[in-house]
Design a binder for this molecule. Structure first.
Ligand code: F6R
Length: 366
């Protein structure tokens, strides 16, 4: 059942070239310039005319929502707010006519998300579900939706469901932006091509993980980790920290890299590993100076960098490379080494990576 892998988590990490491909298949058609998603097509007016999009989710799915916020605001020019379902539910949120709620959930059974959606639905919101489990409660409650097609996820820590969510959300942003006219045709087509190339690029990252395994062993006894990123890679940093916490029980925090100087930099010493998600994008030069700030304080820097980068590898203590892509698509690649890092740290510590203590796969209590 684990297909020859030692753990479900590793199997599910390795399934991603196929699960992302399955998610794109029949939907993303760069040759004709079309993206076919019936849930979006049937409600395109509600989506493109939305005054505001609210994204409601928990945990890793909430991180996918943060990435979608950046993508939708850039490509569709619609204001987006990303809400923790548990907070959204209890603070009597303002929901106006014309607001669209995107609910993101792997299991489709998360109680906090489900209850939040039920009350928003009563108030007249239009609910679009991005769900993995077919026929689940959240899928049934939604007015429309798109499945992520990642297949059953058994490992408690979400991996392939997360990249499936990212694939669906970027296709939605591209579709809505194109229908709205807020994305230029050439950018639309080039992003489609970049997205089509993702499964092969994920395969490249997975082809040789010996360097990541070495890094995991080197840092496995650290008591804390920081994860930093900017722009599209900021939520990737949050997700990297969550994954490490869950799988290795090492305390980890994610921050936008520039927030360091507003407090967390006080933590930096020669024992603190700082993971920078620092791929080549429009924030690159800024993040290079953030790396310098950490090195000047003797922090140990582990960087996720773009394959052809010749600056960051000279500054970082250790580097995990990912292939180049457009920054809008980058999280689909930059998250993969961080999944592997958590897995191998957990493994090196002899922990039960598929069933971390205190965690349940599907959180059906509020
Ligand atoms: C983290 C993880 C959790 C879930 C969260 C939401 O690895 O798996 O944070 O992402 O409990 O679950 P779903 O997506 O099923 O609503």
């Amino acid at each position: 059942e684990k297909g020859g892998y030692e753990h479900f988590m590793l199997k599910e990490i390795y399934e991603q070239p196929d699960t992302i491909f399955d998610c794109l298949r029949g939907r993303l058609l760069p040759q004709t310039g079309q993206i076919i998603m019936s849930g979006v097509d049937n409600h395109i007016d509600a989506l493109k005319n939305a005054q505001r999009i609210l994204i409601v989710a928990c945990g890793t799915s909430w991180h996918a929502g943060l990435i979608a916020e950046y993508q939708i605001e850039e490509l569709c020019r619609i204001p987006v707010e990303v809400e923790y379902a548990s907070e959204f539910r209890y603070r009597n949120p303002v929901i106006n006519k014309g607001d669209v709620i995107i609910a993101i959930s792997q299991s489709g059974e998360t109680a906090d998300t489900l209850v939040a959606l039920e009350s928003a639905k009563e108030k007249g919101a239009f609910i679009f579900g991005v769900v993995n489990a077919v026929g689940s409660s959240i899928a049934r409650l939604s007015h429309a939706g798109a499945y992520t097609h990642a297949g059953p996820e058994i490992g408690v820590a979400s991996t392939k469901a997360f990249t499936g969510q990212l694939a669906v959300l970027i296709m939605m942003a591209l579709k809505i932006g194109y229908a709205k006219g807020t994305i230029e045709e050439s950018r639309y087509l080039s992003l489609m091509k970049e997205l089509e190339a993702v499964p092969e690029k994920v395969k490249e990252i997975l082809a040789d993980t010996s360097n990541i395994q070495r890094i995991a062993k080197k840092y496995k006894d650290a008591s804390d980790f920081l994860f930093l990123g900017r722009g599209y890679n900021f939520p990737v940093a949050l997700e990297g920290a969550l994954k490490l916490k869950e799988i290795s029980y090492i305390h980890a925090e994610g921050y936008p890299a520039a927030e360091m100087k507003h407090g967390p930099i006080a933590l930096v010493d020669d024992k603190l590993p700082v993971v920078f998600v620092a791929t080549k994008d429009s924030y690159y030069e800024k993040i290079v100076s953030n790396v310098q700030e950490i090195k000047a304080r003797k922090g140990m820097v582990i960087a996720v960098a773009t394959t052809n980068d010749n600056i960051i590898p000279g500054m970082a203590d250790d580097v995990m490379f990912v292939p180049d892509t457009d920054e809008v698509i980058a999280p689909l690649l930059s998250t993969i080494p961080l999944q592997l890092l958590s897995y191998y740290v957990g493994l090196a510590k002899g922990l039960d990576v598929d069933k971390p203590r205190n965690l349940a796969k599907s959180v059906t209590v509020e």
